[in-house]
Design a protein around this ligand. Structure first.
Ligand code: ME8
Length: 639
């Protein structure tokens, strides 16, 4: 390991049951950050692992009639050897708190803190939340329920060792105030400052009667409190007390990711532990929001878990990673639905990105015999280069700030700009225009080069897609450095083969496929197979196609492509959101007759209900709405 290393951690997860999409959320985020920092040429230490001791695991094992160690071995094996490889997690170290090495480090730290008077012996009386493995004083508990998770707490009265948090209260408060980036997002920092200002009680750091844990040195009746043991895993994994040089290079962590429910442990107990050990504190502790189903957090004990392995088997690893990284602002809560995953894939990946690649290569083949044209600097073509430069800087800035969804969305901006560039520049028209050859070359080169840049910018986030784009551009599949995202590196003159679609359009498997109705580009996707398989007349008859008159049309604020249409079907009106704004001025549509799929399941686009889909034909980037050739009343059936 070199001079200084970029160190990121996820929580170490309880192997009390198989992990779910919530755990994948944090771990994929840490993975994307790690991949980015490696591309920047930094040494990276990315640590994840499992938190194996404590009463919760002890009870789960007992309920199944197996020893705790056998119980955790099975689950940990599935996490380490199946789940993380399936999601392409590139951690450098997987720490288990049952590793003998870790046990020694925890005991050494316990002894040192006891020797220096930071740990003392006393009696604990208060509450314990088993699912959270957290102690709560009487002052915080109402109706015997946990103030954090709302589940019942147990009364505990026992002799116990205590960690003198109170001694460090003022120093911690000062640190929080002096380092506003230490706890992020900033709303959580304020919560923590308030919490500390209310006064810190010393923390019980041992349990009597819990056998499944690390023994208190010299006192066999007690085991060390599972959170004390767990937090120290970040030190053990970096080589504390065992590999001084590695530790020197890695410490302190640059980013520690976790869900918001455990920020308190990481923003109070953890920094105080490090202060007591005279160690520098992490640069930042980031508490992201929760994935919810409906209004409920997805959680092991709540019975609403989603298995990431099954999702990857159904949809592929990149759609799952893309959804996790893109869907929810990192820091906020967000709802998980399978339909939303399908929609994200169809709209952003299959439609915007897949079509851009497919159309670009098709045009290079059609207008330049498949050869990458030269770029001619004398002829101005500044549009995409400027966007690509901006986007590259934005992605980097967002990643430095751990704003993952914004980073991914920034890449989408370049994709959308390139699609719009096709509409604006109309390469098919330049092809027909005498004397426009050089301009056409520049347009085609700019599109290909944008795709190459996109492949680099996506490589921290997606595993397979960047390589697949690059192969179609005739490049080696791997991206080696972030500098490859700079404009102007596409070699000219080589021949491009006909591409294959990047993403098949998905339907939510095993459910009503309502997701395709959510597709904002009303145009049939040019990446879709040219000739669908035959259908019967009965199948065709299931479509309720109607003539509709556009009564009102307005652009959906904040989008490039969506128009909200109010359609008259004769005896009824309905609202349809359509992705045609790049082709039609909204106002110009009023009064026109279109054809609408009237029995499509309603869906919501940008929060607006859409009750159908208007039909349009598309070719080579052009789009034409479909309507009756002769006047006919709205509501007429099309068959
Ligand atoms: O808390 N949404 O382990 P744990 C988003 N062992 N993230 C979620 C989530 C959801 N619905 N559900 C879980 C522990 N997570 C301790 C940590 S660290 C020293 C000890 C993620 O198995 C999120 O990162 O309960 C959350 O903080 C973590 O899993 C909790 O995992």
């Amino acid at each position: 390991m070199g001079e200084r290393c970029w160190y990121v951690t996820t929580p170490i997860y309880y192997p009390s049951a198989d992990l779910h999409i919530g755990h994948a959320y944090t771990t994929v985020a840490a993975d994307a950050l790690s991949r980015y920092h490696r591309l920047r040429g930094q040494d990276v230490l990315f640590v994840t692992g499992t938190d194996e001791h404590g009463q919760k695991i002890e009870r789960s094992a007992a309920e199944r009639g197996v020893s705790a160690s056998l119980f955790v071995d099975g689950i940990v094996g599935r996490i380490r050897d199946e789940l993380w490889p399936t999601l392409g997690i590139s951690h450098d170290r997987f720490i288990r708190t049952t590793d003998p090495n870790h046990v020694r480090v925890v005991q050494a730290i316990f002894e040192r803190l006891k020797d220096q008077g930071d740990i003392y012996f006393g009696t604990y009386e208060g509450w314990y939340c088993l699912p959270d493995e957290s102690f709560w004083p009487d002052s915080k508990v109402r109706d015997a329920t946990c103030p954090e998770c709302g589940r019942p707490v147990e009364r505990v009265q026992q002799p116990s060792y205590f960690f003198r948090l109170s001694r460090y209260q003022d120093r911690l408060r000062q640190h929080l105030v002096d380092h506003p980036d230490f706890v992020q997002p900033s709303s959580r920092l304020n919560e923590m400052v308030n919490f500390v200002e209310q006064g810190l009680e010393d923390l019980s750091v041992s349990r009597a009667g819990v056998g499944w844990g690390i023994g208190v040195p010299g006192d066999p009746a007690h085991t060390i409190y599972v959170w004390f043991d767990a937090l120290i895993s970040y030190l053990t994994a970096a080589g504390y007390l065992t590999a001084p040089q590695e530790f020197q290079a890695a410490w302190p962590p640059d980013v520690q990711l976790m869900g918001k429910e455990i920020v308190r442990f990481h923003a109070v107990t953890w920094p105080i532990l490090l202060m007591a050990l005279d160690l520098p504190l992490p640069a930042r502790v980031f508490g992201h929001g929760w994935l919810l189903i409906g209004d409920t957090k997805i959680g092991k004990s709540l019975g609403n878990v989603i298995d990431p392995i099954q999702l990857v088997q159904k949809y592929g690893v990149d759609p799952v990673r893309y959804f996790l990284l893109r869907e929810v602002p990192f820091g906020a809560d967000g709802t998980y639905t399978e339909e939303a995953l399908v929609r994200r894939t169809n709209v952003d990946l299959a439609n915007d990105l897949g079509n851009l690649l497919h159309r670009t290569i098709a045009m290079v083949r059609r207008f330049n015999d498949g050869f990458v044209p030269p770029f001619r600097p004398g002829i101005a073509e500044p549009g995409l280069e400027r966007v690509a430069d901006e986007v590259r800087r934005d992605v980097a800035e967002c990643l430095e700030a751990v704003e993952l969804n914004r980073a991914v969305d920034a890449v989408g901006r370049l994709v959308r700009a390139a699609n719009k560039f096709i509409e604006d520049r109309q390469p098919w028209a330049l092809y027909r225009e005498p004397g426009a050859r050089e301009q056409l070359d520049n347009v085609l080169y700019s599109l290909l080069e944008s795709l190459r840049v996109v492949s680099v910018l996506l490589s921290p986030f997606l595993l397979e897609t960047p390589g697949r784009i690059r192969r179609q551009l005739g490049l080696r599949p791997e991206v080696a450095t972030w500098d490859e995202a700079k404009w102007g590196q596409l070699p000219v003159g080589h021949h491009l083969e006909e591409g294959t679609p990047l993403f098949p359009r998905l339907e939510a498997l095993g459910r009503q496929a309502t997701a395709s109705a959510a597709e904002p580009a009303a145009a049939p996707s040019p990446a879709a197979p040219a000739t669908p398989s035959t259908i019967t007349i009965e199948e065709f008859g299931r479509l309720d196609l109607r003539v509709a008159r556009v009564e009102a049309a307005e652009r959906v604020a904040g989008t490039d492509r969506l128009v909200k249409l109010t359609l008259s079907l004769g005896d009824s009106t309905r609202q349809v959101v359509s992705g045609i704004a790049q082709h039609y001025q909204a106002e110009s549509l009023v009064g026109r007759s279109v054809v609408v799929v009237a029995n499509l399941a309603p869906t919501k686009l940008r929060g607006i209900v859409s009750e159908g889909m208007v039909l349009a034909a598309s070719e080579g980037g052009q789009l034409a709405l479909v309507g009756p050739l002769d006047p006919i009343a709205p509501g007429a059936r099309v068959k």
